[in-house]
Design a binder for this molecule. Structure first.
Ligand code: SAM
Length: 487
């Protein structure tokens, strides 16, 4: 509440009440927007089977247009289409189980249509107009971007018994068996044994489901590819390229980790949480931060609800017919997860914190809190990378380390027609200059060749020559901060 000195009269109280009302109104509006955004994300997940079915129908239409002589050469195609449908059904079964296990952090039953204009949401969404393939997210020229509606997942974390919880986050100790069956979009989706799921979640009710653009469903496909990167044996090669060097570096930089007082490590843009989990298993109090509900819903399901290794089967590669060596490659199943997270050997205090990195970690409580910050394929997600670096410096302890691995494929670059969209796109050289200005010293620097969510059997393998560095925060930021790029 605002306090004003020297004005104890009725006028002062009225002003305070008005300000409180205004804040309450603002909070309600923000929550309504967040509910709407979350409904849209859930709807995108629920739209997955229909959108995938549309693709198969499109393939069938093209096939039907072939002259009989050509059709005869591809007589296995009708059976491939049926196989595709079965794969879609299995993917959908996984998705619906995941949604059913999800506990929305907000009251999803509230009426958000009043006072919550779509135009605002449309504006938020227009930050991500899919103007270019987001290769950093999905790779291989996917037309999807894996970003959420920024600013709508501003959950504030609560710390309970050393276990950080945010509205969208939960602790690994909270294992529950929420598995069951769900009803989706009025269509019943059979599981692999032909059982028909039914829903117990009101917010999965088809009547509140929104129509979403196909680009939203593309984000669901993007999450499926990220599942392979983080939670499948097929993703091991990519994890070895990206996560292993980071884990080895942390291991050598913190050789005498104490069990009583483990070092703290933050992983902003944690995606589906595997790296944050591996860091926890290494003996750190690890926190992943992620602002996309698409990602948080999925990581929470895998981290909290997994009962056995290989519990689920998905078909991640069915959505692209391009660069495929064979149908069996395209239609191959992938078992997930490759480990049982709850018995992986985590260090107490492991958490995932939902929310925008800038909002959450600008909080004064974060200053000088972390021994290490690890960014993997993250820093180029910034509107203003200087702000990211400034926050990383501020939240690190003196002598703390920043380990980064990734390219500089700025997510908001080339947003044609969006003149107000901020995107500061520094070269690697300038990124380092800015970091030095914020008190960092470079201890190690190299380049790592890697893919990102790439189908290992595809004929196309986009490779990044990712920057990999370790910087140490040596000193408090220097006085002259206004123009770090002067020289
Ligand atoms: C390219 S992905 C990398 C994910 C993971 N680090 C990996 O290597 O697989 C970038 C991630 O950062 C998240 N992200 C983007 N901007 C963010 C922000 N401002 N705060 C928190 N997370 C963010 C995205 O939702 C996405 O999951």
């Amino acid at each position: 509440m605002t306090t004003r000195s020297g004005n104890e009269g009725g006028g002062g109280r009225e002003i305070e009440e008005e300000e409180d009302e205004e804040k309450l109104r603002q909070r309600k509006l923000e929550e309504a927007l967040e509910v709407k955004s979350l409904r849209r994300i859930i709807s995108a997940y629920l739209n997955y089977p229909d959108a995938a079915e549309e693709d198969v129908k499109r393939y069938e239409r093209s096939f039907r247009k072939l002259p009989p002589s050509h059709k005869a050469l591809l007589s296995h195609y009708p059976s491939k289409f049926q196989k595709l449908r079965r794969c879609i059904s299995v993917n959908s079964y996984f998705i619906f189980n995941m949604l059913q296990a999800f506990e929305p952090p907000l009251d999803m039953s509230q009426d958000v249509d009043d006072g919550c204009e779509d135009s605002h949401l449309e504006h938020e969404h227009s930050h991500h107009p899919f103007a270019k393939p987001d290769e950093a997210c999905c790779g291989e020229g996917s037309s999807a971007m894996c970003q959420s509606l920024k600013g709508l997942t501003n959950n504030k974390e609560v710390i309970t018994d050393g276990c950080h919880e945010s509205a969208a986050a939960s602790c690994l100790t909270e294992l529950e068996d929420n598995r069951g069956t769900v009803e989706c979009c009025g269509n019943y989706v059979n599981d692999t044994n032909g059982n028909v799921p039914s829903s117990s979640h009101d917010w999965l009710d088809p009547s509140i489901q929104m129509h979403v653009p196909l680009v939203d469903v593309d984000k669901v496909r993007c999450v499926i590819r990220n599942i392979v990167r983080d939670w499948a044996a097929e993703g091991q090669k990519e994890r070895d390229q990206c996560y292993k060097p980071i884990l080895e570096e942390l291991d050598s930089l913190f050789p005498n980790r104490s069990e009583e007082c483990p070092p703290t490590c933050l992983v902003p843009g944690a995606g589906l949480g595997r790296l944050a989990l591996e860091i926890s298993c290494l003996g750190f109090v690890s926190q992943g931060n992620e602002f996309s509900y698409y990602m948080m819903i999925c990581s929470s399901f895998i981290l909290n609800q997994t009962e056995t290794v290989g519990e689920w089967t998905i078909y991640p590669w069915i959505h692209s017919n391009c660069n495929s060596l064979s149908d069996s490659d395209q239609l191959r199943p992938v078992s997930i997860p490759d480990i049982h997270p709850a018995s992986a050997g985590i260090t107490q205090g492991f958490s995932m914190c939902g929310g925008d990195f800038v909002e959450v970690y600008s909080d004064p409580s974060q200053v000088g809190f972390w021994d290490a910050v690890v960014t993997c394929f993250f820093i180029d997600t910034a509107h203003n990378i200087v702000e990211y670096i400034e926050i990383i410096s501020r939240i690190l302890k003196e002598g703390g380390v920043w380990i980064n691995l990734g390219p500089l494929l700025y997510h908001f670059a080339d947003m044609y027609g969006q003149e107000d969209e901020m995107s500061v796109e520094l070269s690697l050289e300038d990124v380092k200059k800015v970091a030095f200005n914020y008190g960092f010293e470079l201890e190690k620097e190299t380049t790592i060749e890697t893919t990102y969510t790439t189908n290992p059997r595809s004929m196309m393998q986009n490779r990044y020559f990712a920057a990999f560095w370790t910087m140490r925060k040596k000193s408090a930021p220097q006085g002259k901060q206004t123009s770090p790029l002067d020289n």
